[in-house]
Design a protein around this ligand. Structure first.
Ligand SMILES: Cc1ncc(COP(=O)(O)O)c(C=O)c1O
Length: 372
């Protein structure tokens, strides 16, 4: 725990929501901020671009993407909004989401649908479930000739499921439907190869499982679609005379004055986390996943999903009741773990995370507290 700023008095079982950032990465961020404040003009206008180029190359190698197809954004919500609000829909078009989608992103889908008279179609994915095929079937059953876009989570937020995203993206593409993949939880939890996946749009957070400082995320857009995707903030990039970079990157890279240090720390986060296990990132993901599965065996009365749909999050249904008082009671007993109504009260879920600072004893404490 000396590596993490987390309060040692709290058993922290919610890495999923906002991550946690280790000290070496925060120290790098402090160094970069000191550099920025020492020479604010030179840093923002000269140094920053070269630093971003380096980080983008390392990130590209990590997520299997050409760095030219990646832009930094502060979070997955921003990226989702940028894509959705760039696209134009017409009355009668259908936008496909699932019942496991993240509320904030579903709201963005509803917003763009409402303003154009399009319709949001929700694929009802069961939970608990027995196979990834159930997800594919539920999604494809909702495709019609009017489906214009699918917005699908790679790893679902409330239910912690790793969706069969490759099969979903390719099956939808065969039916003429492009996908915006909300991969908020995926980088650092599951291996990524975005070029092979071939989704039109993919966003991932780096402040969750990559453990970069808060405010680090990326958007990947297929090259041919980049000209139509604009950032939420239109700024200098829109009429920059530069021709050495794509308009896509010119626009996303400058959206007004911000602190760019969260994404400039992504290389440091990748290197720091990689060193935690002798086998590097693959070993770290494997270790965390194995811990999540052990926690699942310890805590859940019945299996919420098959092993191949679990990463480093596990959610399961509790007896019906109020979610918040249970969360607060667990917190009062020293355990931070999300308990929330899903799909609607009085049904509720609890979700555990497994990151390097967690150990089996943490889940035993939770099991004991739940019994109490
Ligand atoms: C699936 C999913 N999408 C989007 C988000 C939003 O992430 P952010 O708040 O960084 O935009 C989350 C956060 O938990 C999420 O789980």
């Amino acid at each position: 725990m000396a590596f993490w700023p987390l309060d040692p008095k709290v058993v922290f079982l919610n890495h999923g929501s906002f991550g946690a950032c280790p000290f070496p990465v925060l120290e790098e961020q402090n160094r970069l901020r000191a550099r920025l404040e020492a020479q604010p003009i030179h840093f923002q206008l000269v140094e920053r671009e070269a630093l971003e180029r380096d980080v983008r190359a390392k990130l590209g190698a990590f997520v299997g993407a050409d760095p030219d197809d990646l832009v930094f954004v502060p979070n997955a919500s921003t990226a989702t909004n940028a894509v959705l609000r760039s696209l134009r829909f017409s009355a009668g078009d259908e936008l496909l989401i699932t019942s496991h989608g993240y509320n904030a992103c579903n709201n963005a889908v509803r917003f763009v649908a409402e303003r154009s008279g399009a319709r949001v179609v929700v694929a009802d994915v069961p939970f608990p479930l027995q196979s990834a095929e159930q997800v594919v079937r539920a999604v494809l059953a909702c495709v019609t000739p009017r489906t214009k876009l699918a917005v699908l989570d790679h790893v679902t937020s409330p239910t912690g499921l790793v969706f069969p995203i490759g099969e979903l993206v390719s099956s939808l593409k065969e039916r003429g439907v492009e996908t915006l993949v909300d991969g908020a939880h995926a980088p650092g939890m599951v291996p990524l190869d975005l070029a092979a996946l071939g989704a039109a749009y993919y966003t991932g957070n780096l402040h969750k499982w990559v453990c970069a400082p808060k405010g680090a995320a990326f958007l990947h857009v297929r090259r041919a679609l980049q000209p139509q995707i604009r950032p939420l903030v239109i700024s200098h990039g829109a009429n920059s005379p530069r021709t050495d970079r794509s308009r896509f990157q010119l626009e996303f890279d400058w959206q007004g004055t911000v602190d760019p240090t969260p994404w400039l720390c992504v290389s440091k986060a990748l290197e720091t986390m990689e060193k935690l296990e002798p086998g590097g990132w693959p070993a770290l993901m494997k270790r965390n996943r194995a811990l999540a599965l052990r926690a699942r065996d310890l805590l859940t009365p019945t299996r919420p999903a098959p092993d191949d749909m679990l990463g480093t999050l596990v959610a399961w249904q509790l007896d019906d009741g109020d979610a918040l008082p249970l969360h607060d009671a667990l917190f009062a007993s020293g355990i931070e773990v999300p308990v929330f109504p899903w799909p609607a009260p009085p049904r509720r879920l609890i979700r555990i995370s497994a990151q390097h600072y967690n150990e089996v004893a943490d889940y035993e404490r939770l099991a004991e507290a739940l019994r109490r």
